[in-house]
Design a binder for this molecule. Structure first.
Ligand SMILES: Cc1ncc(COP(=O)(O)O)c(C=O)c1O
Length: 396
């Protein structure tokens, strides 16, 4: 209850806490097997290395790290970030093209702040990442879903929707998408950059899962086809080093970066210097590539274990078969309601996220998202066994 006379801002009309955060509250049950969150595995978090790096950073540059820093970033981190980007991507990038973010989540917030007015249209995949959908809603954006298939958004549908709705932004997760795990086909990437240029909107490419690839070849990000500065690329160290450090980055045209930096000043002034200093050393020492190589096999085994369990699910169960990332998206036969069954699943000790919350238009109650990274192989087998039995009973 609010104190008397106090009212919420209009922009919060219809905004409730994230469904996933609400689900986390149910997960206090001891021993619960959670396929719900999107956390990396605890085994993949390099706490000992980070302890050493933070000590080293504070001993060598502690006064600067503990002081206020620049919104544009901690200078040594900017250097190592640029080197990392140049080594791994083929888009040109200079210091004025990057902005460190307190998690890439901050990127969409800053872009909304700088580029959108209430009632503007933003095109999104359907389903899409709940967290950023929430941000778009807080900025009172009109979310319009774009039709997709197994290979991501359909170009014809995208172009028609663009012509009809004149969007400010397209928000897209091309690789190992959250929640589906699917990847935008290689041949659909360049046309999206061209469309953004032709029709004059920003394509916001959110790419936190790129490096978690367990099969197949790397695909160029849409940003690599961008010759007109219409693509904003967002990367994150959350899934490959640590989400708790809250470090991501935006790559864009210098004017876009400068405006977002002004917006960032009123959000958090700057991203934690210590976090930037630790990741700077992580990159400088060449620790990232071996760390990723070390964590991939465990994730691959977990993905495969979950996929093989899904093979034994009731007839009519459909699911994505991702080549990377952290999620599998499941569609049970029509009539099944993943939200209704959720309580029974939790009572039996297993949690997932009902898929409906990821759809801007709602519906799709027969769908659910499963995360495999944050459970052990044994938990995957046990938990999926419980779900199979429960789902089968609900369908009969
Ligand atoms: C598509 C997508 N974007 C961004 C994020 C958040 O990244 P960060 O921790 O860098 O804010 C997530 C995390 O789940 C995500 O799935």
């Amino acid at each position: 209850m609010l104190p008397s006379g106090v009212t919420y801002a209009e922009r919060f009309n219809g905004i409730s806490g994230s469904a996933i955060r609400a689900i986390f509250k149910v997960l206090t049950k001891p021993g619960i097997i959670s396929f719900a969150g999107g956390n990396p595995s605890n085994d993949a978090l390099p706490n000992e290395v980070c302890a050493e790096l933070s000590r080293e950073a504070l001993l060598s540059d502690g006064k600067r790290i503990l002081q206020y820093g620049a919104t544009e970033g901690y200078p040594p981190f900017l250097e190592s970030l640029l080197a990392y980007l140049r080594q791994n991507y083929r888009f040109p990038v200079e210091k004025e093209n990057v902005l460190p973010l307190s998690g890439s989540t901050q990127g969409i917030d800053l872009l909304c702040k700088a580029f959108t007015n209430p009632g503007d249209t933003v095109l999104v995949e359907s389903p899409t990442f709940l967290g950023n959908m929430q941000t778009l809603r807080i900025y009172q954006q009109h979310l319009v879903p774009v039709e997709s298939d197994e290979q991501g958004v359909l170009l014809g549908a995208l172009e028609n929707t663009v012509k009809q709705t004149h969007p400010k932004l397209l928000y897209i997760i091309p690789t190992f998408q959250n929640p589906t795990g699917r990847t935008l086909a290689s041949e659909r990437r360049e046309p999206i950059a061209r469309m953004a240029e032709k029709y004059g909107f920003l394509a916001v490419e959110d790419d936190p899962y790129r490096d978690l690839r367990y099969a197949g070849a790397f695909l160029p990000p849409i940003k690599e086809y961008d010759h007109s500065d219409h693509v904003v690329y967002m990367g994150s160290f959350s899934k490959i080093i640590s989400p708790g450090m809250r470090l991501g980055y935006m790559v864009a045209n210098a004017d876009i970066i400068a405006k977002c930096a002004i917006g960032k000043q009123s959000s958090d002034l700057h991203t934690s210097n210590l976090t930037q200093a630790m990741v700077d050393l992580y990159l400088r020492r060449g620790l990232l590539a071996p760390h990723i190589a070390e964590i991939l096999p465990g994730y691959r085994d977990k993905l495969n274990a979950m996929l093989s369990e899904l093979e034994t699910f009731p007839e009519g169960t459909r699911y994505t078969r991702p080549e990377g990332g952290l999620f599998i998206f499941v569609a049970m036969p029509e009539g099944f309601n993943a939200g209704d069954v959720f309580k029974d699943a939790v009572e039996r000790g297993v949690a997932y996220v009902p898929g409906t919350s990821f759809y801007p238009e709602g519906g799709h109650e027969n769908t659910l998202r499963l995360n495999f990274s944050n459970s052990t192989l044994a938990q995957i087998h046990t938990g999926m066994g419980i779900l199979r039995e429960l789902f089968t009973s609900k369908l009969s």
